[in-house]
Design a protein around this ligand. Structure first.
Ligand SMILES: Cc1cc2nc3c(=O)[nH]c(=O)nc-3n(C[C@H](O)[C@H](O)[C@H](O)COP(=O)(O)OP(=O)(O)OC[C@H]3O[C@@H](n4cnc5c(N)ncnc54)[C@H](O)[C@@H]3O)c2cc1C
Length: 409
């Protein structure tokens, strides 16, 4: 009997995981990975600054899924079938020990993405999966419910019974062209996980300063996040900004990355507590210059800048701080107003928001609801996570489910 022919378009994390899952499920199937580039897993190589943040520390599936601005609901069921703990076990049982950092990110102990690539390539060979580079798929046709016919960039054609599209995030609508040619639609792609340029000149002057916990909000877009903040040469970065950019990816695109931003530098205190602390310093250190006073947890240079921005001269001593000036300083500490003027992509991890709408896919099998036999996995779907290993986990999970389903009877 002719073996089941499975073709996987895209040799990235999702495509490789789908290939293993299919090979494990049905040993007599013929599985091929077709990759348009000269090498496989090129994003794995550059990921996590070359260390590959494979996944995030496992936990309750619902809590884990809440780290996906797009895809949260669909991923709850999917993660119940293959979650972060399964990813960790998968790599460790194949000789790749992993470690978890205090921030929850999981990396190979080697701190090298090459370890992950070597493991995936070795396991593919062992599973008998055929792999082809420089084999971009340019066209897919299908007559009725017959096999898929693929036209490749290297001049070859192939046919298959089951097909997986794992072509990665589409930075332009053309990236989703193959799916569209088979009847699917596309949520327009926009960037996620970016850092902010800001108009205020004092911010770049403090480049390199970080604050452990800041609350950043964009009231007009109903966005609010809390976490570490980094001041950079162009504006603001750090987990709080990346999270804000992920949740606000579409809304911020809508305002052309120009909007007011509020920062609360002391989110653990309320306004009254901040005012009381300033009043206490006036009483305790009347002769000391305000800018020279330690004000933990704020770094000294940032405190000095915030005092100046509140209109208080560097010469002012606590005894001379008027009630209205104290009020202004309090406001500045809990509600600094800045202006976002553009964005830069985060160099360690950037993903696309948008792709195949999740309503067009059955998440139990990752099969298309429009074209039977066609499956989807990875970033091509309208799923994206915040930084920290969530994007790879979505690729492993959806790839694994798709692979098993494609090879099922
Ligand atoms: C710089 C950077 C760092 C990152 N770091 C992390 C991290 O540390 N942790 C994390 O969780 N996420 C990280 N990400 C995100 C993560 O890399 C992606 O979410 C993940 O790679 C998606 O996997 P995928 O298999 O869906 O797509 P991809 O890895 O993009 O693979 C898709 C493959 O399909 C191929 N392809 C496309 N079209 C065709 C075609 N027509 N025919 C044949 N082949 C085709 C492409 O060449 C590509 O190789 C990072 C992203 C970037 C850009």
């Amino acid at each position: 009997m002719k073996p089941l022919e499975i073709c996987i378009i895209g040799g990235g994390a999702a495509g490789f995981f789908a290939a293993f899952a299919a090979a494990e499920t049905r040993r007599d199937s013929a599985i091929s990975i077709l990759e348009k580039g000269p090498q496989f897993l090129s994003k794995v190589r550059i990921s996590g600054g070359g260390r590959c943040n494979v996944t995030h520390t496992p936990g309750d599936v619902r809590a884990f899924a809440s780290s996906y601005p797009r895809g949260e609901r669909a991923l709850i069921g999917a993660l119940q079938r293959f979650q972060a703990a399964d990813t960790i076990a998968w790599f460790e049982t194949r000789g790749v020990p992993l470690k978890t950092q205090t921030d929850g990110r999981v990396f190979p102990v080697s701190d090298s993405s090459q370890t992950i690539i070597d493991c995936l390539l070795t396991e593919t060979q062992r599973a008998g999966v055929q792999t082809f580079t420089r084999a971009g798929v340019e066209q897919i046709t299908r007559r009725e419910a017959g096999p898929f016919e693929l036209t490749l960039s290297n001049g070859f054609t192939r046919t298959c019974d089951r097909l997986l599209l794992a072509t990665g995030g589409c930075r332009t609508p053309a990236g989703g062209g193959l799916a569209v040619s088979l009847g699917h639609t596309l949520e327009p792609p926009v960037p996620s996980l970016f850092t902010f340029h800001v108009q205020e000149a004092w911010v770049p002057a403090l480049a390199g300063i970080s604050v452990e916990s800041v609350e950043a909000s964009v009231p007009e877009l109903s966005l609010r996040e809390r976490g570490p903040l980094l001041l950079t040469h162009w504006g603001l970065s750090g987990p709080v900004i990346l999270r804000l950019s992920a949740w606000g990816a579409r809304a911020m695109h809508g305002v052309n990355y120009e909007c007011p931003l509020l920062l609360n530098w002391l989110p653990d205190l309320n306004r009254e507590q901040v005012a009381t602390r300033l009043q206490a310093l006036s009483a305790q250190l009347p002769a000391k210059r305000i800018v020279n006073t330690a004000f933990p947890p704020l770094p000294g240079r940032l405190w000095e800048q915030l005092v100046r921005t509140a209109g208080i001269s560097p010469e002012t001593r606590w005894s001379a701080l008027s009630r209205s000036a104290r009020h202004l300083l309090t406001e500045h500490l809990v509600r600094s107003s800045l202006t976002v003027r553009g964005k830069s992509m985060n160099k360690d991890e950037f993903v696309t928001c948008g792709g195949i709408p999740l309503r067009e896919v059955n998440f139990k099998t990752m099969e298309s609801r429009i074209c039977p036999g066609l499956h989807f996995a990875g970033e091509l779907l309208d799923i994206d996570g915040i930084t920290g290993g969530f994007n790879f986990q979505a690729a492993w999970t959806t790839g694994w489910i798709a692979g098993r389903a494609m090879a099922a009877e």
